[in-house]
Design a protein around this ligand. Structure first.
Ligand SMILES: *[C@@H]1O[C@H](CO)[C@@H](O)[C@H](O)[C@H]1NC(C)=O
Ligand SMILES: *[C@@H]1O[C@H](CO)[C@@H](O)[C@H](O)[C@H]1NC(C)=O
Ligand SMILES: *[C@@H]1O[C@H](CO)[C@@H](O)[C@H](O)[C@H]1NC(C)=O
Ligand SMILES: *[C@@H]1O[C@H](CO)[C@@H](O)[C@H](O)[C@H]1NC(C)=O
Ligand SMILES: *[C@@H]1O[C@H](CO)[C@@H](O)[C@H](O)[C@H]1NC(C)=O
Length: 360
């Protein structure tokens, strides 16, 4: 039915046209340079070719993920951080303090307490970059800065409802085969190490009341007995109870004052947010809360009872059969978690109510 000849002719014509068109297109693209500049995707698209030679099926998958750059804008409290995330098994993250990498940084970590008049980045923010508000102090100890609601995309804070929550410590299941925990020998009943002393602090009022009913061994600058890090461990591990009294009372503001005694094998007596909030972080039977008792006198009586009853006292360490405490490494944990967060969340985010959320 069809005519093979005429079809061949048609094909030939089509082929000829194709050649002409592609030649034209070839020349066009050889000489024409588009002057539209696209946003720089290279940071996201650049692939690391270092490990290509020994690439494996699974490695290829990993290599396909470009590196995420987190710029530490200022050393927090001037404290230089170790910029390796190896200990957290975080991959494909570059932490840097090199400000010349600003344009490539996916995240800029800004430590609230180090914000001064005009020490924030001044160059325009690349479209993909997120500024991370990093702060581990409580609202009472964090100054307000102007325009804070217009600056940040993410929060990295001890609060569990921040974008990148990093509490001062957390509990992890014990590795099987780990030695059972031994409570260290005790030569003191209740201890407190404190430097920051103000009569209006709730913790100072509480101490003044409690000391009427039980002997408290006190150390620290407030008692003209400054203690070094090593002394801290030696003193606190020798106490049956330690006063884990926060300097201010705020949601989730549960500092090393709780976690360090827990690690050392000393029962913390907590003053801070309500017991319920502590139980969001650590087991109910791992601490004594000052609000468990009607008065400081009742608390003191309980402590004296526990001093006489070892079995009862040892129950405060039951959780140690199941968990270990891990403290956040100030700054480093925050930067590495920020990196992981940025890898998983690449969409637009803004933190427009920081003031209300944190200080409100
Ligand atoms: C690939 O690696 C070589 C050296 O190993 C380097 O010179 C080159 O710039 C790399 N290419 C890219 C796209 O990173
Ligand atoms: C490739 O992957 C296998 C396991 O999947 C591993 O045993 C091997 O060491 C890998 N090879 C290289 C070169 O990474
Ligand atoms: C940083 O930490 C890693 C382990 O996480 C360690 O190998 C390295 O030596 C540390 N670097 C410095 C400069 O302390
Ligand atoms: C405190 O210790 C002293 C001796 O160091 C003792 O005399 C006193 O009774 C103790 N007070 C209380 C409330 O236990
Ligand atoms: C980060 O927040 C700023 C200020 O709200 C906003 O202009 C910017 O588009 C945000 N960037 C991203 C990547 O979400």
């Amino acid at each position: 039915m069809s005519c093979p000849c005429s079809q061949t002719t048609l094909l030939r014509r089509v082929a000829l046209r194709c050649v002409v068109v592609s030649c034209f297109a070839g020349f066009f693209f050889m000489y024409y340079k588009p002057d539209i500049s696209f946003p720089s995707f290279d940071v996201y698209m650049k692939r690391d070719n270092r490990s290509k030679q020994h690439a494996n099926a699974t490695d290829v998958q990993e290599d396909a993920e470009p590196e995420t750059v987190v710029l530490i804008w200022m050393w927090p409290f001037g404290f230089k951080l170790n910029l390796s995330c190896d200990t957290y098994n975080v991959k494909r993250c570059v932490l840097t303090a090199d400000k010349s990498l600003y344009d490539k940084a996916h995240g800029v970590l800004i430590h609230h307490r180090d914000i001064r008049g005009d020490n924030l980045p001044k160059d325009p923010r690349p479209w993909f970059q997120k500024w991370v508000w990093f702060n581990m102090e409580s609202p009472s100890n964090s100054h307000d800065i102007p325009h804070i609601d217009e600056l940040f995309n993410l929060t990295c804070n001890y609060r569990l409802d921040s974008n990148i929550p990093v509490p001062y410590g957390h509990l992890e299941p014990r590795a099987s085969g780990e030695e059972t925990f031994q409570v260290p020998p005790k030569d003191k009943l209740v201890c407190w190490i404190v430097s920051n002393w103000h009569v209006q602090f709730r913790r100072v009022q509480f101490y003044n009341e409690l000391k009427k009913h039980v002997n408290i061994s006190v150390y620290g600058k407030a008692f003209e007995q400054p203690t070094s890090e090593e002394e801290y461990d030696r003193i606190v591990s020798g106490c049956k109870f330690y006063l884990s009294l926060e300097n201010s009372v705020h949601q989730d503001y549960i500092s090393d004052k709780l976690y360090r005694p827990m690690i050392l094998g000393t029962v913390p007596i907590t003053l801070g947010p309500p017991r319920q909030n502590y139980e969001d972080h650590v087991p109910a039977d791992s601490f004594i809360h000052v609000e468990d008792f009607r008065t400081a006198k009742h608390l003191a009586e309980r402590l004296l009872d526990l001093d006489r009853d070892d079995d009862e006292y040892m129950r405060y360490f039951d959780w140690r059969k199941r968990f270990d405490v891990t403290r956040a490494d100030f700054g480093r944990t925050h930067a590495c978690r920020t990196c992981t967060y940025l890898q998983r969340n690449r969409g637009y985010q803004a933190c427009r109510n920081l003031k209300e959320w944190f200080w409100g």
